[in-house]
Design a protein. Sequence first.
Lengths: 363, 291
Amino acid sequence: MKLAEDQAKAVLSKAGIAIPAGIVVNTPQAAAQAAIEVGPRVAVKALVRSGGRGKQGGVLVVDGPEQASHAAGQILGLKLGDEIVTSVLVEQAVDIGAEHYLSVTIDPSSGRPMIMRSEQGGMEVEAMTDQIESIIIEPGDLTEQDVELSEIEATLLTAFSDLDALLIEINPLVHTTGGEVIAVDAKIELDDSAAYRHQQLHASIGTQQAGGTERERQAAEIGLRLIELDGDIAVLANGAGLTMATMDAIVAVGGAPANFLEIGGDAYTKATPALELVLSQPGIRSLLVNFCGAFARCDVMTAGVIEAWKTLKPDIPVVFSISGTGMDQANEMVRTELGIEPHPTMADAVVAVVQARTARSES
Amino acid sequence: MIVNRSHQVLVHGITGRQGTFWTEQMQAYGTTIVGGVNPKKAGSTHCGVPVFASAVEAAGSLPAGIDVSVLFVPPQGALAAIEDAVAAQARLVVVLTEFIPVHDTMAAVHAANTAGSTIIGPNTAGVVTPGQAFVGFMPAFDPRIFTPGNIGVISRSGSLGTLACLELTRAGFGQSAFLGIGGDPVSGTTTADAFTALDDDDATEAVVLIGEIGGRKEEDAAEVIGRSAKPVVSFLAGRVSPPGKRMGHAGAIVDGATGTYESKRSSLEAVGVTVVDVPWDIPSALKAVTG
């Protein structure tokens, strides 16, 4: 779960890292009032999760309540990335002496926490990879690392572990002309799998920022992972790897998948709601069901598909390829209950579903 | 990490529904299950084997100790169960559990490394040595999918790994071992570690590597593959997946420049790996490289 800037800063502040005084508002009038309280010089910042908002006019530094109100009026309603700005953070402007970069994440190679730091901050991190120093943190005492860590780095690492975070990024970390060290922007991503250990924090963050389309959110609510795509072939498979491979294969033979939706793992009993979701997507012209059961039993998944298919009676061709745990019962169910012959291989099924779609669009 | 019939296997969470179902499957296949763990049912017998309060207790009571511990436990209990298995000196701990907090996984991997144990997973479907034994929840018992042979298979995904073995068997290639390393971003056994195990295995003549977008496992594996003489064929899932979206597995995400399909494919091709575009092309590519 990604935190909004104000939420991330509240978390950092609690961990002992200084942040600018700030107030979240959603009207120009309230922005003016906020500037009186924390200003007069303030930064008015769009509260969105996508990066690069500064370049798109999402951050304005202004002087006094009148200008703050005007700035908020300009920023509220902007579309930045996929998000419409509905609230802004009005924050005390700081006197910048130097802007640095500091983050903690998990190094994908070693699987250990990794500090990334740079004397140069304030710009997009992608633009500054050459100047970043990466320090992999060895298990054990933070004071006994190969590289000496600053106080704020040690604080950040402790917070990273205490919060079950996947990422804490401060960019810029400002050294003010007065000698203070302040986190002027902050990004935090928490591990959803550890939410049970941080119920209060996760509850206070709420679900307001859950991104994605309406259907993707509906899927998430019932524990399914759906991503809508631009194509017209609906895909239902089990396991992330097989589902991605099914999408790749459809494209490789000239088709276009309409979605990523997998019902592997513990979700293998949810075939009925899964199918209802994908078939409700507009523009679907065929369906490919590709199961290769290991833990997920094909007979259970297929029974769910058949139930949904009989209820919805969609007027599109459906193609099956089923192998793995429970495959014999599953294939027999498709034959007897739907009168459809499953394809013996994934290759046959993928080619058939792309052809079925083409045949329909030509007729 | 290649299991065989002589390995003494302990099932953590044996009395649960899935633990029971898959223990019976493993036993029927020939895996030597020597006991189970459930603190609440210690002293009883389940699936014909004794249930212990902990792996440490099991290792102390069983004459041959334990070699492998497999976890059918929920994420909240996984770290403690792994620490228990490591303390019981299990050489291999197969962690099937999905959604373990990543900070717990980091702690578990450190504990295992310190004690000289190997974790496979988390979020793996397990390991299969066709004709010998399997540990986890793979359809090893279906001879249309798994059959003995000399191809080693590595996969981050259980379902796609199953498909790869099915395609191999259909084309007449049996497998020396299937190693499911799991879909999480932090794993006890990396792709490079799994490849090294197959490279050292005399029964393995060639390797099929099933990778996917996200992380650096395939790029890191390319370094060890480059030093080996064994031929490798790979399929990488996620070529058309949109960047910035988590594709199911916590590990499968393209974030910025990290973990892209192109990066993985070019790293593997640079060390002589044949990368195929669709899973059903694996056997023909394998025929070409094994001659």
